[in-house]
Design a protein around this ligand. Sequence first.
Ligand SMILES: [Zn+2]
Length: 165
Amino acid sequence: MRQVTGARTSETFEGTYECRACGFEAPVLVYGSGRGSAAGWSHDSAEAALADASQDAGDVAAWTLAFVPCPRCGKRDPIARSYVITAVVLAILGGLGFGALFGVLVSCERLFDGGALELAVLTAATIAALAIFLAKARAFIGIRQRVAIDMARATGIPPATVVQA
Ligand SMILES: [Zn+2]
C-alpha cells in the first residue's frame, strides 16, 4: 500500500479587500480550512502534509474574497462567477470520469449486473461530483462567519493610485 500522511488545518489570513468597481480598500481577516497530504509516514511527511494543507487553506481564503460583496458599492468581483462555473464543470467531468472508471472496475469484477451496475456507477459518479464541488464550494460557503473587513481602516483611493514604499 502507498504510504500517505494527511493533514487538516484552519487558519486566519490577513489581507486587503479591494473593490475593482469603486476603489474601496480595507484590511481584512479571512478564515479558511485546508486539507493536504504527502508521501510517506515520517516526521518530514507530516510537515509537508501540513504545509500542503496550509496552502490549500490560503487558496480557499484568497478565493473567498472574490465572493464578498463590496461594503460600499455592493459589487462582487466578476471572477466569482467564473469560479462557480469552473467548479460545476470540474465536478461534472470528475464525476463522469470517476463513474466510467468505477464502471470498468466493477464490470471486470462482476460485482453487479444489469440495473444494479448502472445504479452503482451513477451513485459513484454523483458522489465523486459532489465531493469535487464541495471542495471548491469551501470558498463561498459561510462567508459572513469567515470574513471580517476592518471598516475603521478603509480607504477609498483606487488601488492604482496608492504608492507603496
Ligand atoms: Zn465597491
